[in-house]
Design a protein around this ligand. Structure first.
Ligand code: ASP
Length: 318
């Protein structure tokens, strides 16, 4: 596992274990490429965490804060969500996103949407304006349109970098078959805690690269990709969705916090469970109601950053 961070691991651990909100922690996916310059990931995740904290300090809710952070990462083409998302085997972008409020347990998600630039905004509208939790496909796009969320052409979400990766994978698929292509991963997520122990989480993804059209992973599934309960913790998962779904990773981690683990210990245990029981690679970020934070991953890199009230800037690592 490679590590590049703005602080040493011990310094990070000390800051993560500190109690008291407000705080915002984000990830840019457990598929972060070892060959890429860490600075690209530092910049995006720090901007996102700082945007989230600004919302909290201006009196916004943890859900508003997590959403603000997720929005920054969806718009950053460096990350596999929103603009810059991975392509399906059909060469299109299909996006999933979810959000959850830990105080009320209200949650919202969209899956398999192709024309929404910021699916986290649509997930939030599902959460706030409908009796549903998850709306998918064309129905979600109609709902987003009715909610006034801007629609875009699918092609405008595709970056040259993702198109080039698709070309490579497509060539492999011609030889080996579509299901044999190694599915690279990536997602973004954010968790937020305020000074009163209220929690929220958001996640958003383009899913695994070269996935079958219509495939949906963990990201829009409450309990697997995203979970928040003020009595437990808030978590956002990343990694192979098919494995994460089987161990409902986000809830598994949150329950450990309720049982007394620190968020840091809960994250490590949850990623251990992912590997042992589902043979999966991935990672998770967690915030506890007491303001302690945690992260863990079993891939070479997971980009992430956090900021607490009183820090002059976010601190990042990959
Ligand atoms: N969990 C996402 C999915 O399987 C991908 C990722 O997080 O890297 O769709």
């Amino acid at each position: 596992m490679s590590y590049a961070g703005e602080l040493t691991k011990a310094e990070f651990d000390r800051l993560l274990d500190r109690r008291g909100g407000p705080a915002v922690l984000v990830h840019g996916g457990a598929g972060t490429r070892v060959e890429d310059d860490p600075a690209l990931y530092f910049a995006g995740t720090k901007r996102a965490a700082e945007a989230g904290l600004r919302v909290l300090l201006q009196g916004g809710s943890p859900l508003d804060a997590a959403q603000a952070a997720a929005l920054v990462l969806e718009d950053d083409p460096q990350f596999n969500a929103g603009t810059g998302a991975a392509l399906t085997s059909a060469g299109e972008v299909e996006l999933d996103a979810s959000c959850m409020d830990g105080t009320t347990l209200r949650a919202g998600a969209v899956a398999c949407v192709k024309t929404i630039q910021n699916p986290i905004l649509a997930a939030r509208r599902v959460c706030d304006d409908t009796p549903h939790v998850l709306i998918c496909g064309p129905g979600a796009e109609v709902f987003a349109r009715e909610s006034g969320i801007p629609q875009v052409e699918n092609a405008s979400l595709i970056t040259p970098r993702q198109r080039a990766r698709w070309e490579e994978l497509h060539e492999q698929a011609q030889k080996l078959g579509a299901d044999s292509v190694r599915k690279k991963i990536g997602t973004i997520g954010a968790v937020a805690v305020d000074a009163h122990g209220h929690l929220a989480a958001c996640s958003s993804t383009g899913g695994t690269m070269y996935k079958r059209p219509g495939r949906v992973g963990d990201t829009p599934i409450i309990g697997a990709g995203t979970y928040a309960d003020d009595h437990e913790a808030a978590a956002s998962s990343t990694g192979l969705g098919e494995a994460i779904l089987k161990v409902t990773l986000a809830r598994a981690a949150c329950l450990r916090v309720r049982e007394g683990d620190s968020p840091r210990a809960a994250a490590i245990a949850a990623v251990g469970l992912l590997r042992e029981r589902a043979h999966g690679d991935g990672g998770i970020i967690i915030a506890g109601p007491d303001g302690r934070l945690g992260w863990a991953y079993n891939t070479p890199r997971m980009s992430r950053a956090f900021i607490r009230e009183g820090m002059s800037s976010a601190k990042a690592a990959v």
